[in-house]
Design a protein around this ligand. Sequence first.
Ligand SMILES: [Fe+2]
Length: 156
Amino acid sequence: MSMDRIHAVENISYTILQEMADEFEKAEAYVHLSSVARFSFMLAQKRGENAELAYIAGSLHDLYAFTHDRKEHALHGSRLAFGILKSLNIFKDDEIDAIVTSIRHHSDKKRVHDPLSEILKDADVLDHYLSSPYQRQSEKDSLRLKGLSAEIGFKL
Ligand SMILES: [Fe+2]
């Protein structure tokens, strides 16, 4: 049986994470990418957007940050994602473009971009919050969390 597209990407993403030296950081990376992928999927379903592409964006979005460094990781990460998606040969150009665009925008939490970018940003903020719920959130994160609370119907 052939792998579905979500797992084809996740496979590559997780294989790349294997090169991380620090075991604790590596575990954090797996959890964060898989959590953001799943939250993105849910938010996309809720908002009537493409949930498959949202999942894939989530599972790639911080790959560069975890394996290289965080400086301009949204831009570098979008290029890394482009190479991975192109090489798989199972995505149309407009699908690759949508995923890559959302990754390029994902650090820009104060601005509002296209729906897929917004899903990725909100899912990222949601996982930052849920990975340390008793820590004070940054101003831009708490604004998004407020919106998310209202959308999903319970207090975050
Ligand atoms: Fe992230």
